[in-house]
Design a protein around this ligand. Structure first.
Ligand SMILES: [Mn+2]
Length: 270
């Protein structure tokens, strides 16, 4: 290869696209921020409704629950969106995050309760009307909380959590909660890596077969390079929830931001 022939990173990403006749909106980690989610989805549903694309997809990269106070409302909102979108011929694709894994695990094994609570599970218990056991609570208190959560959780919420996708590939993009293990073919990735991986994926620089669109590791501003696009802007801490719009080879970013009591939307090309 002649010097200078190596494509610049930006050039490389600009050649990557989604399948033709397809419009995708991907939303980052919601973590119990139902108001920010509703603000984004209102605009997204309008945009999808105005699109002439044959496939119109709204995708969420997981971590619906924990940390924020509105986990139940977030799941209900996503279920309502599924009904609304499917009635209009659109698709809602929901990926699984590590926090959904923790919630499901807690329903089967209450001994993880203290660990889960420390990672934001306490807020999820409260949102489903279950009083979180106090610090230093005994195992039987956690067992009661686990049983109570199962009783309080609507069946369709449980079904939702159990049927989440681990990853989805569309055109040149691979959507997954946390990332991929470098050097392992996409179809051989493990669920543990898909839900939890950080440094081994983030710090690596080798090109990947697809551009990975992910969340899990909050960033101050959406991260974009030739390997990956991180759309987790830490909504529960920053008040900013982000969504990526992909059509052909164009990328747009929309953010819902909490400013005092108001919510605002901003847009930019990515
Ligand atoms: Mn996560």
């Amino acid at each position: 290869m002649l010097f200078g022939a190596r494509p610049r990173i930006a050039d490389d990403l600009s050649q990557r696209g989604v399948p033709s006749d397809t419009l995708i909106w991907a939303i980052g980690d919601v973590h119990g921020q139902a108001d920010l989610l509703a603000c984004l989805t209102r605009a997204i549903v309008t945009d999808l409704g105005q699109s002439a694309c044959r496939r119109r997809i709204l995708l969420l990269v997981g971590d619906y629950v924990d940390r924020g106070l509105q986990s139940r409302e977030v799941i209900q909102h996503v279920l309502d969106l599924e009904t609304e979108m499917e009635a209009e011929g659109g698709e809602v694709v929901c990926l699984k995050g590590n926090h959904e894994e923790l919630l499901l695990k807690f329903l089967e094994d209450s001994t993880i309760g203290p660990d889960w609570a420390a990672l934001g599970g306490k807020e999820t218990l409260i949102s489903y009307g279950v009083e979180p056991p106090p610090l230093g609570a005994k195992s039987d208190q956690w067992q009661r909380a686990s049983t109570a959560l199962l009783e309080h959780m609507p069946r369709d919420h449980l079904e939702f959590l159990r049927c989440l996708h681990i990853s989805v590939t569309l055109g040149d993009f691979h959507f997954v909660h946390a990332g991929v293990r470098p050097g392992v073919p996409l179809e051989q990735q493990t669920e543990a890596d898909a839900l939890w991986i950080r440094d081994a994926f983030l710090a690596d620089e080798a090109p990947l077969p697809k551009v990975v669109v992910h969340g899990h590791t909050p960033v101050h501003d959406v991260h974009v390079d030739h390997r990956r696009i991180c759309i987790d802007t830490g909504a529960y801490a920053t008040g900013v929830l982000s969504a990526l719009r992909l059509e052909n080879r164009t990328r747009m970013l929309m953010c819902a931001e909490r400013k005092g009591r108001e919510l605002g939307l901003s847009f930019r090309r990515l």
